[in-house]
Design a protein. Structure first.
Length: 505
């Protein structure tokens, strides 16, 4: 059984996705149990594979016993096992969180269907990460995308359907570019296995076909990743989707697209390739990354809805990941990989906290959060921790990412990137302070009217009315991890360093 774990990582959630709506007909809560158990098993398998990789090195699993490159290979190394753990943990946290949250945001009849599609989404993400075959990445990318469109549209908000449709259009364009690129690669090399492609491609580096293939693949993945200026589908998709979906998509979807981009740029192709390209690819990515960091932060500053603000903030944070990739050095790659984990934790905690507010109040406008620190102290404490981490306060995960990226910028001789990171952090502090000020320092609208009245003694104390435990536990756990991995950064950094050294060898 142990040797089949790479296959079980895909088979278990896929089978559970088929079973979930059937048992959900008895009662939707059975679907919730099925999803929670399945995502927990995925997390345990990911951890088991991490231990195996650390002890034995790269794992190559042959589907059906067919030897690659003729058969499909599942290849596991420090890079994808790291991403696997992020995806499975956040999917598990999202599953627990969803039990109460979907009561408010999804119709009763749709709940079993929601959980089935949720598992398909997780299956697609895990498949993209585990496969060693580039066409398989496309297949799993489509499974992820199709289930993603459904998850966004499944909520009660009418705007969610339009957001899902926009994502569908952009996602289809991205997938088409990706598939065209794969076609060119196959035409030139006659193989789809990533390791085999990496060995055969160098002799074709100077051909236009391979440069075209690379351009199409990277462009397709940048659309999926929502790299500025290809980000237009993301703000509404995150803002109008059910809160569970917003949290899990923000924490996992973009991370897996970033993983695929890293895999293509550094495993499929090697640094020698970039010397032959007509354009300086790393510099183009660097320009997009810097634009994303600044524009994402400025747009977040202009928002009045918390979910919209967090969505634009994600565009800036994706910029940080791309910045680390574009620097093409080990420190930058460590910063980029660390930010995959750190942003998943920070943004997961923030969307979970906002979902808890929507659950209790039905509101997500920044002005409506006034005085919530007294009413929902635990939820707002988790939000505050994640907000401080996003700003990059020392002893939080956000500081670790920014430190590595700043050091990498100086190592590359691009010291001018450090002020950009600082300006972005300052803008982040400003837009989060608007919320924290409302939450902790301003009275609730009811209290305000009493304060202006004459009788101060009759003012009733605000009762704590926090979210249910099934929502609080995952929210607070993820928020606390923002501090734990900020103080004890060695564990994720050491794994990211192993992956970075392999990628840039």
């Amino acid at each position: 059984m142990i040797k089949h774990l790479p296959a079980l990582l895909i088979v278990i959630p896929l089978l559970a996705a088929i079973i979930t709506p059937i048992i959900g007909r008895i009662h939707w809560v059975l679907s919730w149990y099925a999803v929670t158990i399945t995502t927990f098993i995925s997390f345990i398998i990911s951890f088991s594979l991490l231990q195996t990789v650390l002890v034995q090195g790269r794992i190559s699993y042959w589907m059906g016993g067919w030897e690659p490159p003729y058969g499909i290979e599942y290849a596991i190394d420090p890079l994808n096992v790291y991403v696997m753990i992020i995806v499975s943990f956040m999917a598990f946290a999202g599953a627990i969180y969803s039990k109460n949250n979907i009561n408010v945001e999804i119709d009763e009849a749709r709940k079993p269907f929601f959980y089935s599609v949720y598992l398909l989404f997780v299956t697609g993400l895990m498949g993209m990460v585990v496969t060693g075959d580039i066409f398989n990445i496309y297949v799993f990318l489509e499974i992820t995308s199709l289930s993603g469109y459904a998850l966004i549209a499944i909520g009660k908000k009418r705007q969610a359907i339009v957001a899902s449709y926009n994502y569908l259009i952009m996602g289809t364009v991205g997938a088409t570019f990706f598939l065209l690129g794969i076609g060119y690669l196959y035409l030139m090399t006659g193989t789809l296995n990533i390791a085999d492609l990496a060995a055969r491609l160098p002799e074709f580096y100077q051909t236009k076909a391979i440069f075209t293939a690379f351009t199409f693949i990277v462009l397709g993945l940048c659309i999926k990743l929502a790299v500025f200026p290809l980000h237009f589908w993301l703000p509404n998709a995150y803002a109008y989707a059910p809160s569970t979906v917003s949290a899990v998509m923000a924490a996992t979807g973009a991370k897996v697209a970033a993983y695929a981009l890293i895999r293509v740029m550094f495993t499929l192709f090697n640094p020698e390739f970039y010397a032959h390209t007509p354009f300086n690819i790393p510099n183009i990515l660097l320009i997009f990354a810097v634009a994303a960091i600044l524009v994402g932060s400025i747009m977040a500053l202009a928002q009045t809805d918390v979910k919209k603000m967090l969505a634009y903030s994600s565009i800036g944070q994706i910029g940080y990941i791309v910045l680390g990739i574009s620097l093409m050095n080990v420190t930058g790659m460590i910063g980029s990989l660390i930010h995959l984990l750190n942003h998943a934790l920070m943004k997961g905690a923030l969307f979970f906290a906002v979902g808890a507010v929507v659950y209790k109040t039905g509101l997500s406008s920044i002005d409506n959060l006034r005085g919530l620190g007294k009413k929902m102290p635990w939820t707002m404490a988790a939000f505050t921790i994640a907000a401080l981490s996003m700003t990059g306060v020392p002893l939080t995960v956000g500081f670790v990412s920014k430190w590595y990226l700043a050091v990498a910028s100086i190592e590359s001789g691009m010291w001018w990137l450090v002020p950009i990171i600082l300006i972005s952090s300052l803008l982040t502090a400003i837009y989060f302070w608007r919320i924290l000020d409302n939450v902790w320092l301003k009275p609730t609208p009811g209290e305000e009217s009493l304060e202006h009245g004459h009788d101060h003694h009759q003012q009733a104390p605000v009762k704590s009315n926090d979210a249910p435990l099934s929502m609080l536990i995952p929210t607070f756990t993820v928020a606390v991890l923002c501090i734990v991995f900020g103080i004890f950064a060695y564990a994720p950094v050491s794994l990211a360093e192993k992956a970075a050294l392999i990628l840039l060898k």
